[in-house]
Design a protein around this ligand. Structure first.
Ligand code: IPM
Ligand code: MG
Length: 360
């Protein structure tokens, strides 16, 4: 099979970690008889520097022509980088929001999983973490506050800023369906998270989720208020299977969930549209402070590549091979600096890539 993949190395550690993901994908291609065809595009700061904007229309067209997009990370240090002196719509993050909208990537899947080998990094008390946890946050990605009308106006002699939170039934229904479908392949539980005690958009969210649930009698559904969910994530993370939520709540809860694992360098993500097309990226940021030093952890990007094989190409065996290699490399005691603990073998970003290739 020929896999047409658009890559976005991006900024900070992005280029280093994407290089390792390509290396691992090439090894998978060699072993299972697939040809990987990569086309790189610029996004974020790299695109601002080269083209004066965070994502060009040509770059979007290149991405659209591919089967899937594999991304590293974008953005820089928000206090020191000149990119953050630009108006908001010209900054690196605007490129990310633009590609999500342009490719209609409304379903964002963020797994948060506690690796037994890395359990010591979990910041929770052992009596909580010993149960382990394995959840997936299904975040709506192209609606809500992120894409609602916004403006800053002057009123009665002072500035007033407005952001609007809008959801239509069809927007809620399509993400709910994705949530229930994936729950069916997991432990068959959906926790829908909203703020229905205050927000109209959340009351509509709850109503539509309940309607969709009727088509999935084998999946348990429960509703949880977002503030309670933030508490439950640290109190009893094992209770969650699929967390289904709107854009802004998902942004916040997914950072909390990843922190609870203690190893954000291990967490992958996928952003999908209604077809097989998706954009795959690590859950972490561009870590400009360690960029170019070959010490970043490439595993989140490599696991995102595994998600790409599974969701965009239906190559389950190949995805299993990557995930198995990651488990094995941890068992064998190799760690990049972010997950290092005493007695382990400290390795660089590119060495981790090589060690994973050896285990494919
Ligand atoms: C994320 C990030 C983005 C978001 C930023 C960079 C715009 O925090 O992917 O979670 O808020 O969606
Ligand atoms: Mg975020």
């Amino acid at each position: 099979m020929v896999l047409n993949i658009t890559c976005i190395p991006g900024d900070g550690i992005g280029p280093e970690i994407v290089a390792q993901a390509k290396k691992v994908l090439d090894k998978v291609g060699e072993k299972y008889g697939h040809e990987m065809k990569y086309t790189d595009i610029l996004m974020g700061g790299a695109s601002i520097d080269a083209c004066g904007e965070p994502l060009t229309d040509e770059a979007i067209e290149t991405a659209k022509a591919a089967d899937a997009v594999l991304m590293g990370s974008i953005g820089g240090n928000t206090s020191t980088s000149p990119w953050y002196k630009l108006p908001p719509e010209k900054r690196p993050e605007a490129g990310l929001l633009k590609i999500r909208k342009a490719l209609n990537l409304f379903a964002n899947l963020r797994p948060a999983y506690l690796y037994q080998e890395l359990a010591a990094a979990c910041p929770l008390k052992e009596e909580i973490s010993k149960a382990g946890f394995d959840m997936l946050i299904m975040r709506e990605l192209t609606g809500g506050l992120y894409f609602g009308e916004r403006k800053t106006i002057e009123e009665n002699g002072e500035l007033k800023a407005v952001d609007t939170l809008t959801y239509s039934e069809s927007e809620i229904r399509r993400i709910a369906i994705k949530g229930f479908e994936i729950a069916r392949k997991r432990r068959k539980k959906v926790t829908s998270v909203d703020k229905a005690n205050v927000l109209d958009s959340s009351r509509l969210w709850r109503k539509v989720v309940n309607e969709v649930a009727l088509d999935y009698p084998d999946v348990t559904v429960e509703h949880m208020l977002v503030d309670n969910c933030a508490m439950q994530l640290v109190k009893d993370p094992a209770q969650f299977d699929v967390i289904l939520t709107e854009n802004m709540f998902g942004d916040i809860l997914s950072d909390e969930a990843s922190m609870v694992t203690g190893s954000i360098g291990m967490l992958s993500s996928a952003s999908l549209n209604d077809s097989k097309f998706g954009l795959y990226e690590p859950s972490h940021g561009s870590a400009p402070d360690i960029a170019g030093q070959n010490i970043a952890n490439p595993i989140a990007t490599i696991l995102s590549a595994a998600m790409m094989l599974r969701y965009s190409f239906d190559l389950d065996k190949e995805a299993d091979a990557i995930e198995g290699a990651v488990r094995q490399v941890l068992k064998d005691g190799y760690r990049t600096i972010d997950i290092y603990s005493e007695g382990m073998n400290k390795v660089s970003c590119s060495e981790m890539g090589d060690l994973l290739c050896d285990r494919i």
